[in-house]
Design a protein around this ligand. Structure first.
Ligand SMILES: [Ca+2]
Ligand SMILES: [Ca+2]
Length: 354
């Protein structure tokens, strides 16, 4: 299966640099101290805020239909600019199947932000994988020409100049952190669990899709029309197409207000009160990826295949075409992958005794 290295599974294009968002790496690497926690886990409030300032929404248990793609003909009508082969490359989304989420859980209202990740690093001493292994991350550079590289990736890297605090474009503390690995997410969850006494982890793939759909069965929580993303998510729109004119035909016909990452919560939440489940930053989930997993996965609280080589990420990003920002779309990378488009959000478990 392709897509095991840093580039996205979805096609990447050629950067034609215009209007550089040049930015110094040191700008986002220092910041204010952590805030005190608020709220209490003992009463299971609808929202809860942790020691890093992450706000969590209580997600109720429930049942939903996971996966399942539409007929290629229907997809072709909705996405006329795409080559027909893309509608046949979705086998891992099938079959549609009923999944039960048996316990309530807290899920981050937002993606983990740059500021929250910095406070974690400062408090824990953890060194992100892109820095620890010395190879860096990926970033946007208007002077970079993918045609001159062997891989032809849309972004420059790996390069030590790029990391969680420098994706090559400006980010303030309330933007989603990117260039973080699945292993970095594990480290953050372990540290929070240890310091707060709650159990943190990445959501399972099933929990993520359940939370994204929030009771809906359409391509997106707002419905089936890709243009609705302009009001509900930060994806590949006309703002982004100005920087990647080669992909103009795949850009949504309007502006969501953001060419690169947006401050988390810039768009309306879904019915569970969650922002940016689609778009802004891809989100790591805990599961290994399995092409045929849906055909035999357990119906209650599936945890993913027992082993594998790549971890699933979900939801698309600020650089993702609408077709790949559907609730059911699956993508994956190795746990060591760090990339300009990939971030995370966390689960905090709710103790069944409370
Ligand atoms: Ca956008
Ligand atoms: Ca997201």
């Amino acid at each position: 299966m392709a897509g095991v290295s840093a580039p996205p599974r979805a096609a990447v294009g050629v950067v034609i640099g215009v209007l550089a968002a040049a930015w110094a790496a040191t700008g986002a690497c220092a910041g204010p101290a952590a805030r005190a926690p608020s709220g209490s886990a003992t009463v299971q409030p609808a929202t809860w805020t942790n020691s890093l300032g992450m706000v969590f929404q209580r997600i109720p248990p429930g049942r939903f239909t996971m996966g399942g793609t539409e007929a290629p003909e229907a997809l072709a009508r909705a996405f006329p600019a795409l080559e027909p082969r893309r509608f046949h490359e979705l086998a891992d989304e099938n079959p549609a199947h009923t999944v039960r989420i048996q316990r309530a859980f807290y899920l981050g209202r937002h993606e983990v932000t740059v500021g929250q990740f910095r406070r974690f690093l400062e408090a824990s001493g953890y060194q992100p994988e892109s820095e620890a292994d010395g190879t860096g991350g990926y970033g946007y550079n208007p002077a970079y020409d993918p045609a001159t590289t062997q891989r032809g990736d849309a972004f420059e890297g790996r390069d030590p100049r790029y990391s969680w605090c420098n994706p090559g474009f400006a980010q303030s503390d309330d933007h989603p952190v990117v260039n973080v690995t699945w292993n970095d997410a594990q480290a953050l969850a372990r540290w929070l669990s240890r310091t707060e006494g709650h159990h943190y982890r990445l959501p399972t793939e099933a929990e993520w899709e359940y939370a994204c759909r929030a009771g809906t069965r359409t391509r997106y929580p707002h419905g089936d029309d890709p243009r609705g993303l302009l009001k509900t998510a930060n994806t590949f729109d006309q703002e982004a197409a100005a920087f990647w004119p080669r992909w103009q035909q795949h850009a949504l016909p309007g502006s969501d207000g953001h060419a690169f990452t947006a401050p988390v919560g810039s768009h309306a939440p879904n019915a569970f009160g969650l922002h940016d489940m689609l778009g802004n930053a891809w989100e790591w989930v805990s599961d290994w990826h399995g092409d045929t997993y849906y055909a035999h996965s357990p119906s209650s609280d599936p945890q993913g295949p027992a082993d594998g080589s790549v971890r699933v990420r979900r939801g698309g990003s600020w650089h993702t075409w609408a077709f790949y920002a559907r609730c059911g779309y699956r993508n994956w990378n190795t746990p060591q992958t760090r990339y300009t488009l990939v971030g995370m959000r966390l689960v905090r478990e709710i103790s069944p005794a409370r």
